[in-house]
Design a protein around this ligand. Structure first.
Ligand code: PAF
Length: 295
């Protein structure tokens, strides 16, 4: 597997692949890869002849007081993992390659409303950074398929709307969240947790499951369930940021008429902010598995 650092090199490498009509899939990441990322590569390999992973810790999506400087950068381990997973190319640009004139004055892709809720409300400008860099990566790689993890469910829906609104010719695939045996969603930020904190963090998924069971059992006072869940998080030693039962597409607060729901949460374990979610279908089927969005 080659690692390319410049846009020019990457375009040169991809041109013949595109001309030979082979499908290209991209897996955008910020590195520090775990099994969750590798499952995205695995999915991409099922759907395309050539898989490009990208590793770029995107400064535009971090707030001033967030963990940009401490975000784990583990390029050589990541290269080994990608190679073993069968990935064909790694694009690992530096900040100058992506933002040659810096961030100030750079064009920004803003997806209104959906990007301003939940994580967008707590992390002002976060999704503008995500959509701007994802739009750039899609324009650089020009893939047929883009694969994202559903742990970042709001990110997935924001990217989906950007792709729709801007008529980007790419198929989007969302891959089911990978979890530890105790239910904790795999995340690069789990590396910030000690054993006690990790143990506490497992309650996040536990509470999501409890609330899903309550909804499936017929409890429809969603605002009360959200308040209960926040209390349970706090009682478990976590600091809830938000806990929201939403329409699975719009991410607006769910009401009795919605039958496809997503429960989204973010909570702090000491200094570490973790997110997770669970899908609920009131149509009688259990909504698990990957999500495919065809353009
Ligand atoms: O999910 C991530 O790792 C990042 O938000 C992404 C999509 C690679 C954009 O920087």
């Amino acid at each position: 597997m080659d690692t390319l650092h410049s846009i020019t090199q990457l375009r040169l490498a991809l041109d013949p692949v595109r001309r030979s009509s082979q499908r290209i899939a991209v897996v955008p990441t910020m590195g520090n890869l775990h099994e969750g990322h590798l499952s995205l590569v695995e999915k991409a390999l099922e759907r395309a002849e050539l898989v490009v992973a990208t590793i770029f810790v995107n400064p535009m999506q971090f707030g001033a007081n967030e963990d940009l400087d401490n975000y784990p950068r583990t390029l050589s381990e990541d290269q080994e993992k990608l190679q073993a997973a069968g990935c064909h190319l790694l694009f690992a640009p530096n900040t100058r390659e992506i933002y040659p004139e810096g961030l100030d004055g750079h064009s920004v892709v803003h997806v209104p409303v959906i990007s301003e809720l939940h994580c967008g409300a707590s992390r002002a400008g976060h999704f503008d950074g995500v959509t701007t860099v994802v739009c750039k990566l899609l324009n650089i790689v020009q893939p047929d398929i883009a694969v994202f993890g559903l742990k970042d469910y709001q990110q997935f829906q924001v990217v989906r709307k950007m792709i729709d609104d801007l008529c980007l010719a790419v198929e989007l695939i969302g891959v089911e969240t990978r979890r530890d045996s105790n239910g904790l969603a795999l995340s690069s930020r789990n590396g910030y947790l000690d054993d006690i904190e990790k143990d506490r963090a497992t309650r996040i998924y536990g509470i999501l499951r409890e609330i899903r069971s309550a909804i499936e059992a017929g409890h429809h006072d969603y605002r009360k369930l959200e308040a209960d869940a926040r209390t349970r998080l706090a009682e478990s030693g976590l600091t809830p940021d938000y806990f929201a039962i939403c329409n699975a597409q719009t991410l607006q607060p769910a009401n009795r008429n919605d039958d496809e729901l997503i429960i989204l949460t973010a909570a702090w374990v000491k200094q570490t902010r973790l997110i997770d979610n669970i899908r609920v279908s009131l149509r009688g089927n259990q909504p698990t598995g990957d999500v495919h969005v065809h353009q």
